[in-house]
Design a binder for this molecule. Sequence first.
Ligand SMILES: [Cu+2]
Length: 536
Amino acid sequence: MAKLTRREMLKFGLLASGSGLLASSGVGCSLFSSSRIPSPTTTRFPEGWSLSIPEVLSPSSSLSPDPAPPIRLGYKMYEISQEERQHQFHPDLPPSTIWGYNGTFPGPTFHARVGEGSVVRFHNNLPQAKGFGVPRTVVHLHGGHQSSENDGFPTDYFLRGESKDMVYPNVPAGGDHRETPSTLWYHDHLIDFTAENVYRGLAGLYLVFDDKDCGDETNPRGLRLPSGPFDIPLVFTDKRFSPDDGSLTYDSFDHDGFLGDKVAVNGRIHPTLSVYRRKYRFRFLNASNARFYEFFLRLEKENRSLPTPFVQIASDGGLLPTPLSRSSFLLTNGERVEVILDFSRFSEGDEVILENRIRQWDGRGPNERIATGEPGTDLLKFRVMGNPPDGDPSQIKDRLRELAPLPTDLSSLPREDLIFDRKSGAWVINKKFFDPDTALITAPLGKGVIWRLYNNTSRWWHPIHIHLEFFRILTRNGKRPPDHEICRKDTLILAPRDEVEIFVQFRDYPGKYVLHCHNLEHEDMFMMARYDVTES
Ligand SMILES: [Cu+2]
């Protein structure tokens, strides 16, 4: 039976009547799996189960056929095949069927450089859908600054057996080096089915380096941040497995936001990373559909959270102006935070646990922080080895990447309101369900704009992502934002009744783009808007 899209369900009035009707009507019955049934138990930090680090993708010498003009000289060419594979999330679970870029979850990591564009040929080699996941795909580079046709608009999908070239110039907005990004990620963005496809595994990292953040900790002209094997991405996704056969499950009728009860870090549940007594750079990405995390660090033998273990150096929008010392940090869906952890403060043999201390019961958002003394959710274990054989040449400099100044007269800029609300069991922005054919708002190319985002619900949290340009948070609930939000961002948290004013300047690329909630089930349930950047 053909699968009803969420759009069709809305049309037929099926959403508000709940999943019971859908299940009993036989529509998509085979897809139904409760969001509440616990996964099989798995051993905590099993011996020999180490953190997997996604491989760095190598460029191809050529693409056949050649990419269409106007691909400029000097672009690096890459190929990625979207494929179904078997993936081991934990040694106690049987292999699960995933969809991955090059068959892996997470997909391979790009190492891009400012000024060297990338052309990526994505091949859709996915099989016919069985269970959840829809083999029409759209690739969006989250945080990327690229033209509309290369941004992954939700209806720009390509089918099984087809390929699509995506062109990423890797030039910061306006050619301004202060807008240089750092940790981006690419993932599926198919209209109505992003949640299923990303949950199936279609997500990977795209890192951007330049002369400053050069990826070489020994280069005296660079920032000397930990590099190479000491620069490690951490991709967090929550998954759920069938108690019957251990297979990966998803509930297509959980429109609130699907939660797993096991957290995979780089695709593995409860992995261990052996670390030297030195500094490491960790790039945290919350690639979960609906779960928030608040990360803490605990020294196992003392059984308490460490006071300020994290030195934050970057957010979604690249390096911060200055490093920020933090005891913990909240990470919402799609958001990135980069930190330096210095393991030289620990002794050889110490075990240090990264834990999540937020409780969340459903897709509405985080419920409460776990009280001191109560156990959190352990995610990743660091086993401290001895001193590094080559010492630690890395540094954390006082100044990282400056912020471009805001316009002096913000009051003269065009303003728009974006009101996020609930309607008919789904979500609306300015009272409208997502319509890919109509722009909800427009923004002039070149000029800055002020957008006021307001969450007009009392229970739902919405992580809002704006494509194309980084923005700056001006006020949060009428006040100056906290220090960690004084930076470039592309995703922000809207807690219930939150009101946030942002400044964003659209440069370089006119055309159609989207902004949306990054709780992926909310996004698929229409909490998305097309906006057009217009040339005056
Ligand atoms: Cu939302």
